[in-house]
Design a protein around this ligand. Structure first.
Ligand SMILES: Cc1cc2nc3c(=O)[nH]c(=O)nc-3n(C[C@H](O)[C@H](O)[C@H](O)COP(=O)(O)O)c2cc1C
Length: 356
């Protein structure tokens, strides 16, 4: 089946190349998720590790969608993203069953055994909801594909903003290696249907999307780009630093420092998060005592927007592609522009790339 048809079989409203808004804890809420889906992408509400406000967000999405319905095979034409090690499973499954989003996105479970339980319970509660799992290496992709038979594997490269595996590869090598490993599982009969692969990590604009499609992705997940969207729930100081930052390979870093300052310390050993280098990080590296660093962080919090910045101390989680984010735009415009630019690149490549 052609890719666009396979996508529309499950997500009636989408346009290709498919752009997906990453669930970003505290930032991707109903307004952002709905705008992305309205533009033909798939928007995700981030439930993260704390599902206590998820019901309110889902009701809010329902209201926003009432204004102008989007056709969907499931209850809501958006997804919900959970960080499994922290999210309350019983509450989450009950909300999934009630609102039936088009997709449930799982990330960072304590074990694959836990993920099997989430997957099975989701499918029982809401058979029309597709199961998406974000993974960061070939081993996890194979293990998850075998155990959970997800509908979608989100392949997260090391350039990604926010949390991911501390040790990883960029999607240029990771995605095709995952694709080959999954294909081998299908050939040996361990997995019946190949899950769709979505690429995440460092993709910010049309050229990156075109490249990801060439690698074998069915769609592209963007987080960092949507930090600079009008609908993101984000402080002006944070958003301003995302627009300002450049040369992300030099000026962002994967570290646990920001987690320890913010007290978000439940992540497993193998995970850390990518953010813009600032004074908290530089001084931690220089040997500043953690308690003292926390005190300075708390003081920076009181400064509000002025607490962010290269010389500030508040965490600016963002990916290595941050230098390509130049302005704040409406989320729907971002989706349409990135999709159109990717299409343009692919058309030009079709004509020019092999010299014909
Ligand atoms: C600020 C921020 C918060 C994030 N929060 C989550 C989250 O709550 N759950 C999740 O599965 N992934 C989260 N991610 C990771 C994204 O799912 C995705 O892998 C990443 O944004 C892709 O890379 P990019 O930021 O370069 O686009 C977050 C990313 C960012 C930048």
């Amino acid at each position: 089946m052609a890719l666009a048809n396979r996508l529309r079989k499950d997500y009636a409203w989408v346009k290709t190349p498919l752009i997906i808004g990453a669930p970003m804890r505290l930032i991707s809420l109903a307004p952002l998720a709905v705008r992305i889906s309205r533009a033909g992408g798939i928007g995700f509400i981030a439930a993260g590790t704390d599902v206590s406000t998820l019901e309110t967000e889902l009701i809010s999405a329902q209201r926003l969608l009432e204004e102008n319905q989007i056709p969907s095979q499931s209850g809501l034409p958006i997804g919900v993203g959970f960080i499994n090690w922290g999210a309350d499973q019983a509450v989450s499954i009950s909300l999934l069953g009630r609102f039936k989003p088009a997709a449930a996105w799982f990330f960072a479970p304590r074990s694959v055994h836990d993920l099997v339980s989430w997957t099975e319970q989701t499918r029982t509660a809401t058979p029309t909801t597709k199961v998406w799992v974000q993974v960061g290496c070939v081993k996890d992709a194979v293990e998850v594909a075998r155990a959970c038979k997800p509908d979608v594997l989100v392949v997260q490269g090391t350039d990604a903003g926010g949390h991911g595996l501390a040790q990883g590869a960029g999607i240029v090598s990771l995605l095709p290696e995952v694709a080959d490993a999954i294909e081998a599982l299908v050939k040996e009969g361990t997995v019946e249907e190949t899950p769709l692969l979505m690429a995440a990590g460092g993709i910010v604009e049309g050229r990156g999307v075109a490249a990801a499609l060439a690698l074998g992705a069915a769609g592209v997940v963007m987080g960092t780009r949507f930090l600079a969207s009008s609908e993101a729930t984000i402080a002006a100081g944070y958003r301003g630093e995302v627009v300002k930052a450049s040369d992300g390979g030099q000026n962002t870093v994967r570290t646990k420092v920001y987690d320890s300052l913010r007290g978000t310390t439940g992540w497993s050993q193998g995970y850390n998060a990518r953010g813009v280098v600032n004074r908290s990080y530089v001084e931690a590296l220089g040997g500043l005592d953690e308690e003292e660093n926390k005190k300075l962080y708390e003081e920076a919090l009181k400064k509000g927007d002025a607490g962010w910045g290269v010389d500030g101390r508040l965490a600016t989680y963002a990916g290595a592609g941050v230098g390509l984010v130049k302005d704040v735009k409406k989320a729907g415009d971002i989706v349409e522009e990135v999709r159109a630019n990717a299409t343009g690149v692919l058309e030009r490549l079709g004509k020019n790339s092999i010299g014909k």
